[in-house]
Design a binder for this molecule. Structure first.
Ligand code: ZN
Ligand code: ZN
Length: 333
């Protein structure tokens, strides 16, 4: 009998699905690509043909221009590619993010892409799919990584804002996913004031709105007078936190929303005064609970902190393997 999953093969640049002649999230241009979500480390430009959710294709179009070769697959729809039945299931990571479910030769393999289990008002929640092989990320795959709950992080932000009516709070957040989630989470906490955004966030915020994610009153920060920004929240990509752009702001309190804000050194590197731990990846408890729930025969780990998760799998009698894929840097953390 053939080895479990012998019909897919990991290469440094992605996972090759042989009977479909297609790659999952390849980091180099390929003839046929299945793309889990729109972050740049997973969705590269230049493939000849792409299967992804309509939202992911829209994000790719926003970043790389028209995707003529795009083939939209709805959640739950099954498409036959070569000799493989392929479906996309919500991953709860960012708008349109999907786990890719591959069925062939009586085996089911789920490639999770990036995922999280926390509620997120901007995307469909992760759905566990029973399978033979669960191919998982492990960005926060160490027991020290336990993300605090989201409402308490948002309340810390709002408390600091309200205590400093003469200043503004400048929140660094990645342009795809994190920025929109911070805005939607603030709205969910009852913050209805205008939120000012850096120009680099405009198109993706518009795209989220077009796909039904309400973000409330957003205004361009660049057009606002300094006084108008006092007592307001301003959101910008992390790269703008310490550059010239932020000088227009009234004595900003610098915050950043990222799972890595758990690590003090990372907050210091960016001169972050108010670190907000808000991650779009599963933390240690979510990774292990997900593996328990899915109960796969094997776990393959694509990227992140593989060692601890591999060890945990061994303790729980689950065969685990590191794939060491390259180029999956966290655009998103
Ligand atoms: Zn991602
Ligand atoms: Zn990623």
């Amino acid at each position: 009998m053939a080895r479990l999953g012998s019909w897919i093969e990991p290469f440094p640049e992605g996972i090759y699905v042989k009977p479909a002649d297609a790659w999952v999230d390849p980091s180099e241009p390929k003839a046929r690509a299945l793309v889990t979500h729109g972050h740049a480390d997973h969705a590269r430009g230049g493939h000849e043909k792409v299967w992804a959710t309509a939202e992911t294709l829209a994000i790719m179009e926003c970043r790389y221009g028209p995707q003529d070769a795009g083939c939209a697959v709805a959640y739950g729809e099954v498409v036959r590619i070569g000799a493989v039945d392929v479906s996309f299931v919500p991953a709860g990571h960012v708008l349109g993010s999907a786990q890719i479910v591959l069925e062939h030769a009586g085996e089911r393999i789920v490639v999770s892409g990036d995922y999280k289990r926390r509620p997120d008002p901007t995307c469909a929640p992760f759905e566990p799919v029973p399978c033979d092989i669960f191919v998982t990320e492990a960005t926060f795959g160490l027991p020290v990584f336990r993300h605090p709950d989201t409402p308490s992080e948002m309340d810390r932000l709002l408390a600091r804002l309200h205590a400093n009516p003469e200043r503004c709070v400048l929140v660094g957040a990645y342009a795809l996913g994190k920025a929109q989630r911070v805005i939607a989470e603030l709205r969910a906490r009852g913050h209805a004031d205008p939120i000012y955004i850096h120009g680099a966030l405009q198109r993706l915020c518009d795209l989220y709105e077009e796909h039904g994610v309400a973000l409330g009153d957003l205004r361009p920060a660049t057009e606002a007078k300094k006084d108008e920004l006092r007592g307001r929240i301003v959101i910008a990509p992390p790269g703008a936190l310490n550059d010239r752009w932020s000088r227009r702001l009234p004595d900003p309190i610098t915050a950043m929303a990222s799972g890595w804000m758990r690590v003090r050194q990372r907050a210091r590197q960016r001169n972050v005064e108010l670190p907000l731990i808000l991650s779009d990846h599963a933390d240690w408890d979510e990774l292990t609970a997900t593996i328990r729930e899915i109960a796969p025969r094997e776990v393959w780990i694509t990227h992140g902190r593989e060692d601890a998760l591999k060890h945990w799998c061994a303790l729980h009698q689950i065969k685990a393997r590191e794939l060491n894929l390259v180029g999956y840097e966290d655009e998103d953390d």
